[in-house]
Each structure stands twice: as structure tokens, then as C-alpha cells.
Design a binder for this molecule. Sequence first.
Ligand code: FES
Length: 274
Amino acid sequence: MWEYTDKVKEHFLNPRNAGEVEEANAVGEVGSMACGDALKLTLKVDDDGKIEDAKFQTFGCASAIASASALTEMLKGKSVQEAEKITNQDIADFLGGLPKEKMHCSVLGRQALESALSNYRGEAPKEQEGEVVCECFGVTDKEIEKAIRENNLTSVEEVTNYTKAGGGCESCHDAIRELIARVREEEAPIKKPKLSNIQKIKMIEETLEREIRPSLQQDGGDIELVDVIGNRVLVSSLGACAVCKASELTLTHFVEAKLREHVWPELTVEEVPK
Ligand code: FES
């Protein structure tokens, strides 16, 4: 049995703004009866771009009704620019949360809002983007990828909760797993390849020559590489740098920063006597 917050129950039992706005100038319709969820959102936007009125009609479960009711409450009085920023998570948060199996109801609300705002701007209704991955619920790869990105989803079960994809015959589960893996890979931070010690020393010398020495020499100073032990770069200051009181700052703020940027992000620079 799903646990509903008091606010979800309240919006389900007493939905706000059910119906259709007269003379609406922004209309969004999403979902389909075949999939079991459909939502029509109608808005009246005034000449200053402020949402005067918002109403909904839906065919769906308690969470779909509560999500649509919450969305219309959130929209009234907002500017179009503010409305654009509302996410499906904002709708769920407004209700104090939704059962994870019902997050797709908040996604439906967000999709209806996108559709209504593009209708307000006079844009042609969007063609369905991408390829249908889940035949049971008519969900495309683009919709699944978007849900994965925006909600940081990591399993087929979560994708089903947010999009319904995969909630029927399950034959699309492998395709959903591949989409999750692809998005995760795209979003993984780019790892710097590990450097061998010889490569590291070579790159340090090149960076000293190209990026660091010319600036130091302009002020009558210089620097010499003494040794590299792991990520510790041992150097000696020469000329004006050897007697400069700010040489420690130069080493960390300038030399170390340049070496981290051009060679390896974990390098530290230490001064050793020559
Ligand atoms: S094709 Fe996706 S659940 Fe059936």
C-alpha cells in the first residue's frame, strides 16, 4: 500500500482548479487514455506575461489528480519565466512528497506545463521526439533519458516510477538499462589518464620552461627542478626568487597552480635548498 502525505490526500479529495479556463491562451495536453494517464492544462496569461488563472482536467489516479491540482496552485500569479523553471520535483515537494512509484504523475504535470507554455508562445505542437522504447506505455528513449538526467535515476525500477516505461510486459528492460548506462557514462567526470613518473617529469619540465620560467626571469628570478617524488615536486629558487620574501607565495599561488593545471591536479611544490 502506498503512503500518501496529508497534502496529497487533501488535494485528491478537494482538488483545486478542476475544469477548463475560459478563453485560455495556453493549452497543454499530454499522456493518453491508452496509457492510463492524461492531463490537460489550460492557462490564462495576462498582457504582462503573468498567469492569471490555471485549471486542469485529468484522467488518472489520486497522485495524478493531486499533482495537477498542486501544479495549478503553484502556477497562479507566477510569470511565464518563473513557471518555466518549475520541475517535476518541485510539484512532488509542494505535496510533501509522492510515493516513488507515483513520481510519473509529477512528470506528467511538468510535461503538460511545457506543452502549455510552448502553445502560449505560438510554437507548433512538438512531434514525438525519439524512438519508442516501451511499447506498453508509448515512452520514447528521449523521455527516458530526460527523466534519468533530471532525477538522477540509476535503476529500471526508478525509471518505471518516473516514466511508467517498463511497467508492463518488461520486454523493454534491457533497452532501459542501456539508456541508464549511456547517460551515466556521459555524465561521469572525465578522468585524467594516469601518468608514468617519466611522463610526469617531462611534462613538469616542459611546463616550467613554457609557462613559469619566462615570468620569473622577467623579475630576475628563476627556478630549478630538483626531483619529483610521487606527487611532490622539489624545486630550488634561483636569482631574485631565492631572496624574495614572497617566494613561498609564488611557489604555491603561481608555480604549483600552473603545474596542477598543465600536468597533474594533485601535485604539490616544495622548496629545497640547492
Ligand atoms: S514494452 Fe515496456 S513494459 Fe512492455
